[in-house]
Design a protein around this ligand. Structure first.
Ligand SMILES: *Cc1c(COP(=O)(O)O)cnc(C)c1O
Length: 437
């Protein structure tokens, strides 16, 4: 076939990915594909969960203790489910937390066939245990497994397994005497094939653990971000930046470590020669700025209007964060006419678009940069106080000690929903985990 007979390159690539994903779903999760279900291949099924409780429960660390902050302390139990190409999913297990066995040849150890999720279990001020929009995480996990040929599963079954673990360990590890606290939830999937061949996995393990985790959302003076350099790119079109796959994170740690050594908290990941702003560390990134006016308008004393800006998702180089989505939805609903929500704030236009570090730089120089924050489960809503770009520091005003007014109000709303504060609940977003009394 002559090269000219080939369809344009990007179409071929896209078709290849689409075919691969269709094939993956067909092979690994019959119930999700349009084909008839193969009776010999079992779907992930939370109703088959078998429970083995730990013989040696561990003490819960004190609040503020080193164990609490170490991100090493997990609760008493975990979930595991094994999958093989031949039989599909085995019955999932709730079992004592502990090491997992892998052969040194296991696919994940060589080819990064791994993906994960990050969620939290909240102990509410009303005494209830809640997850925050967990169905979005379970759907994203499926998107990530598909991107790296790990087996598919019905997302609602994963959610049921997560809920089972939270219901088991939540009451002890997030006691009612500690309202306003949380545990971090880490669902993970790895390919376990004990063979070095570079190929689609035929064996996999799903596991879920709950970890003690420190709050990271109030850094005095705000987070300091170091804009990435041209020789370090996090994600690129056609890549996998939109999926929560381990392969996105390992290679970013050189830059992260260097940034930390220089006193920065996170990298602000830029893309391409235009220095498009994408994300801050493993958080989505938002700025509030005032739009530019012409010199004539400025001479007449006119000011631009306020915008809340974040990167678009369409190039698939940015992760579709649950926090990002929630910030956008709340801001669209309540900040376009803040007075109607009892707020003495100027209206804010919500904009998802491609924007560059040069625009942020210009806004900062002209005094139009109003606020900036990172948004993600781990860092929650973390005000940004400074961005360092090409040898210069650009300060972001910190007028209320906790970022600016918009950052603060968005954070309060989310907190209210996550921790069930009086009058703040949003039933569709807060998922209550029933506890066995
Ligand atoms: C996890 C993550 C986020 C935040 O997503 P949430 O669903 O809000 O926790 C943002 N960017 C990257 C790169 C991430 O890994």
């Amino acid at each position: 076939m002559s090269p000219s007979a080939l369809p344009p390159q990007d179409e071929t690539l896209e078709a290849l990915t689409k075919e691969g994903i269709k094939h993956n779903i067909f092979e690994t999760a019959p119930s999700l594909s349009q084909y008839p279900k193969d009776p010999h291949i079992f779907e992930l099924d939370a109703s088959r969960l078998a429970t083995t409780l730990t013989p040696s429960p561990r003490p819960v660390p004190e609040l503020g203790s080193p164990e609490m902050a170490s991100q090493k302390t997990c609760t008493d139990h975990m979930i595991q489910a094994k999958w093989t190409l031949e039989h599909g999913w085995e019955a999932p297990r709730l079992m004592p937390y502990g090491p997992i066995q892998l052969m040194p040849t296991a696919s994940v150890l060589h080819y990064a066939t791994e993906c994960f999720e990050g969620m939290k279990l909240y102990r509410g001020f009303d005494g209830k245990l809640r997850l925050f929009r967990p169905e979005l995480n379970c759907r994203r996990m499926l998107l990530s497994t598909n991107r790296i040929a790990l087996p598919a599963f019905p997302p609602e079954e994963l959610l049921k397994l997560i809920v089972a673990l939270c219901a088991r360990d939540g009451p002890k590890w997030l006691p009612k005497s500690r309202p306003g606290t949380f545990l971090y939830i880490r669902p993970t999937m790895i390919a376990t094939d004990p063979a070095l061949g570079v190929q689609r996995p035929t064996e996999a393990l799903l596991f879920v653990m709950l970890t003690c985790f420190p709050p990271m959302d109030s850094i005095p003076g705000g987070m300091k971000l170091l804009a990435s350099q041209d020789d370090m790119v996090r994600a690129w079109p056609g890549g996998f930046g939109y999926a929560k796959v381990g392969a996105n994170y390992g290679p970013s740690l050189v830059a992260q470590g260097e940034a930390a050594r220089m006193g920065f908290h996170q990298i602000l990941w830029l893309f391409g020669e235009e220095c498009t702003v994408t994300e801050a560390g493993a958080s989505n990134f938002f700025v509030v700025w005032r739009t530019k006016v012409s010199p004539e308008e400025a001479a007449e004393g006119k000011k631009g209007h306020l915008q809340l800006v974040t990167a678009r998702l369409d190039e698939k180089i940015v992760l579709d964060g649950v926090t990002r989505r929630s910030v956008l939805e709340l801001a669209r609903e309540r900040l376009s006419a803040p007075q109607e929500h009892g707020l003495d704030l100027e209206p804010l236009e919500v904009v998802e678009r491609k924007y560059t570090m040069f625009e942020v730089e210009e806004a900062a120089k002209e005094g139009r940069l109003v606020e900036a924050f990172g948004a993600g489960t781990a860092w929650f809503i973390a005000p940004v106080g400074l961005v360092h770009f090409r040898g210069k520091d650009y300060a972001v005003p910190q007028k209320e000690g906790d970022g600016g007014s918009y950052t603060k109000v968005i954070k309060q709303w989310l907190k209210g929903i996550m921790w069930g504060e009086e009058g703040m609940q949003k039933d569709e977003w807060g998922y209550i985990v029933e506890e066995k009394e």
